[in-house]
Design a protein around this ligand. Sequence first.
Ligand code: ZN
Length: 443
Amino acid sequence: MLSMAGRICLIKSVLSSLPVYYMSSFLMPKGVCNLLTSIQRRFLWSGVAKQKKICKVQWRFVVKARKEGGLGLGSLMSKNISMLFKWIWRLNLPDHALWKQVTTHFYSPTFENGIPKLHGHISPFWKDVLSILDPNSVIGLVLRENIKFKIGDGSSILFWSDVWIGSNALRSIFPKLYQISTFRNGLVNGMGQWVNDQWRWNLVWRRKLLSYEEQQYHHLLSMLEPTIIRQGKDDKLIWSCNSDGSFSVKSCCTLIDNTSSATDKVFEANVWIKGAPPKVQVFLWLAVQDKVSTRAFLHQRTVLSATQASCVFCSSNLETSEHLFIHCNFSRSVWMKVLDWWGIQCCLPRTIDLLLLQWPEMVHGKFQRSAWRLISSSTIWGIWLLRNKIVFEEGTINLFDCFFTILHRVAIWLHSQDSNFNYTGNDLLRSSDGIKLWCNKKS
Ligand SMILES: [Zn+2]
């Protein structure tokens, strides 16, 4: 049976990739998208496509990027939309691909802030492609908001309608001025002239400006003041999700997936700990959300009765993630042993995400922090494995064994990262000096 980390890998490389050709050419019907998503969801949580199991985290969170609290799977809908949006983006680029020549010949497209308007009888393909930019849909709005221009000589940017200064089109910032402008569809380079190598703005109005319009005009001029028009340099369409302004399907997917819903937790390097095995990283991801199959979790989902929901270690408290990994007397003594071994005295934070957040701050230096993070993940993983051993294999509580296996695992993980790390679990058990020495040597 594959671990969850293995299943995530398979979903990314196989299940999400199989329909790529279709998704890059057609808008997937909602029913098909839902069906494929349900196959992915069942495979993630149960390991097979047809068996239903508890979905521990909502799919809209699972698809989000890792730093946003998800598993970075990306939704099929966002991939489909991003791939179709790429056609629109490429239509704007100044090359002469055959498909573009054909499209231009048939539809004579006109552009407003990078959004094409096609004329004549539009094919179902282009209807699908253009439908993703529907200004009445959230996704359409988000996509539109991220298209901007970087000004060059201003010869291809519409002064009032394109977004080239600030984050909105000037006509939406100054609607009154737009209404009385003589050149509503004028280009930027048509709104002024060069005088002695200096660009001078020259906006022309249909009538004399009223006093409040004068004020707006001065505001507009102050916005235009810092703009530098560069003669002989092309204007450039910018995709603001990428720092270099280029468009990529990946950045578009991330944008859409992160738009669809907000997460209330911050996940960073503290959950996806470098050097920890993927299955441990995924486990921590579940643990900070209290979605590990503890007895309290299974009781909530009516798998276990209330009498079966008490902690495996102490039998006197509800076995929630926080109790099992932090507050239980046994777990607390494991953490204290780890802290004592490293030579740190402190109180444990209240929650798992706070623990993972504050843990690296207890030590100094990049490599010590990195090793110290591994120790926290090994401790949580060690407590979980011991708990499972007691539940499924009639194991017994043994603080020393638990502590030793935590150090043993850390030694293996560090060795797999750096073959110069030659300390064994036994070496680490004697003292934490070896690991500290190795960290200091590296920094
Ligand atoms: Zn307990």
